[in-house]
Design a protein around this ligand. Structure first.
Ligand code: XMP
Length: 513
């Protein structure tokens, strides 16, 4: 996106790089992440108003340590180095870095020089989060110390001459209590940036860009019923009206009444008509007798493409296929160390644009999930919808372990609906990243009334997470668990045992397949 004042974050491999971008955006400034080895030419093209050097796992002295490929310190805009970024400044500009006498991981008290614009308004003893083995032992030339901690005499530095700042701690993490204010100081006091990034301005620019890009041609959008594709469809409709064609395929593997609710949402709130295709027969026939999870995914993916292809053919003026690709999907591929986590093959319409000869339209390529939600709210998508938990493309197909049958789908839908209803009733829904029920092909003995039962097991899973890459199991209160279990066993035929999953990710995954 041109003409938007922005910050560039150079990625030296830190697990927190994305978090820096999010925090900068929360400060109302647009930020983009680029690999550490960006060329000067490319940087001039982007023309940032300031640069942040991320942390990273390497030592600056290591052979394979990532270093910029040109003299970034003379580039001419303010620079803030964080952790490894600070050490890089020292290494390149005449300071030295050594194994710290006291490795510091965790909270520390920062004693600042409040005269410095970076620390304006920061309390004298602010809590910050440290995570490093190396530390500065000698200041680079023409730098001064602007903060220290008990274990790090050189914790933050500044060169007025060069317009460069460096901090050993991580202002971007939640535990640095005034970290966001420190970043905000860098953006406003030092780089002179103003508010340029919020959902409202994003929507205005995106509408303009979509109109310009699409011109008089038409766009097809695959509406899965998830938050991303729903917000995307509403945005596109706002931009190009009837030139948008939305197709929703009911795979038969959706949650209870999902497709009906989706149609209603669009009809009542946006006056948009969606082409609904009942594909359940096609999907379930393809899945008959299949138990292997990867094979299930492949069959579901292929069935989707088959049906979508046929449905889309009638829109022969369409030149574009819209997808809700998000920023984390885009940057995973440029990270220093390559993708640190395996990129999932979840792109459920993967391969479609090539097959159909369509160009890709991806207006959310620069957004994080929470920003898509904010855009959704800005566009009037109701809160209950934008706050919904993520739902995988293959749906209940990967939550029914083993072979899938219509009967099992109906059983799981009922159990899942009760589970989610109880979570909502307990006011816990928004504290959880994702919650769902899983049906196991494991039978056990029970007793109901005077009768012996021999039925399936239902697993309840709920996790907290920021991005789905790592997750903790959610400590569901016992009384809520008791209600859920009671209701599921009493109300859902085919289930006589309920268990709660207490596995984090890693080592588990969020889904069971
Ligand atoms: P895992 O199970 O890999 O899930 O820890 C991480 C996140 O990705 C979702 N997920 C999928 N989404 N197609 C999707 O569209 C898939 O095949 C798929 N598998 C997992 C999962 O629900 C969680 O949010």
């Amino acid at each position: 996106m041109q003409n938007l004042e922005k910050i560039v974050i150079l990625d030296f491999g830190s697990q927190y790089t994305q978090l820096i971008a999010r925090k900068v955006r929360e400060c109302g400034v647009f930020a983009e992440i680029y690999p550490y080895n960006i060329t000067e030419e490319k940087l001039r093209e982007i023309s940032p108003k300031g640069i942040i050097l991320s942390g990273g796992p390497s030592s600056v002295y290591a052979d394979e340590a990532p270093h910029p490929v040109f003299d970034i310190f003379s580039y001419g805009v303010p620079i803030l180095g964080i952790c490894y970024g600070l050490q890089l400044i020292a290494f390149k500009l005449g300071g030295s870095v050594d194994k710290a006498a006291h490795r510091e991981y965790g909270r520390a008290e920062l004693i600042t020089n409040s005269q410095n614009p970076l620390f304006e308004g920061i309390s004298a003893n602010s809590t910050v989060w440290m995570s490093h083995g190396d530390a500065l032992t000698k200041l680079p030339d023409n730098f001064e110390i602007i903060a220290h901690t008990l274990n790090a005499p050189i914790c933050a530095i500044h060169s007025p001459e060069r317009n460069i700042w460096g901090v050993q701690f991580h202002p971007e993490v939640h535990h640095s209590t005034e970290g966001k204010k420190i970043l905000d100081n860098f953006l406003r006091n030092i780089c002179g940036l103003k508010d340029s990034w919020d959902a409202h301005s994003f929507v205005e620019r995106a509408i303009e860009n979509i109109r310009e890009q699409v011109g008089t041609s038409e766009v097809i959008c695959a509406l899965s019923g998830g938050v991303d594709s729903t917000v995307l469809a509403v945005l596109l409709h706002r931009a190009i009206g009837d030139k948008l064609h939305c197709i929703h395929i009911d795979t038969g593997l959706m949650r209870q009444n999902e497709s009906t609710k989706l149609m209603k949402l669009f009809d009542e709130n946006f006056n948009m008509s969606i082409e609904l295709i009942d594909g359940s027969e096609h999907f379930l026939n393809g899945l008959e007798g299949v138990s292997d999870p990867e094979q299930k995914r492949k069959i579901i993916g292929k069935s989707f493409i088959d049906l979508f292809d046929v449905a889309a053919k009638k829109f022969n003026n369409a030149k574009w296929l819209a997808q809700g690709t998000l920023y984390p999907d885009v940057i995973e591929s440029v990270s220093v160390k390559g993708p640190s986590v395996v990129i999932k093959s979840h792109h459920n319409v993967g391969g479609l644009p090539e097959k159909m000869g369509l160009k890709l339209l991806e207006p959310f390529r620069e957004l994080f999930k929470d920003e898509v939600r904010a855009v959704g709210r800005e566009l009037g998508v109701p809160d209950w919808f934008v706050n919904r938990h993520p739902f995988p493309g293959p749906g209940l197909g990967i939550r029914i372990l083993g072979e899938i049958t219509r009967e099992k789908i109906a059983t799981l839908q009922k159990a899942d609906a009760i589970y989610i209803e109880e979570i909502r009733n307990a006011g816990l829904y928004d504290q959880i990243w994702q919650a769902f029920a899983v049906l196991l092909p494991v039978k056990s003995v029970g007793v109901m009334g005077d009768e012996r039962t021999y039925e399936n097991t239902c697993v309840l899973r709920a996790v907290t997470s920021v991005d789905g890459m790592t997750a903790d199991w959610f400590p569901m209160p016992y009384d809520v668990l008791a209600r859920m279990s009671n209701r599921i066993i009493n109300e859902v035929r085919g289930i006589n045992r309920v268990v709660y999953d207490i596995t984090s990710k890693p080592p588990g995954t969020i889904e069971w397949e």
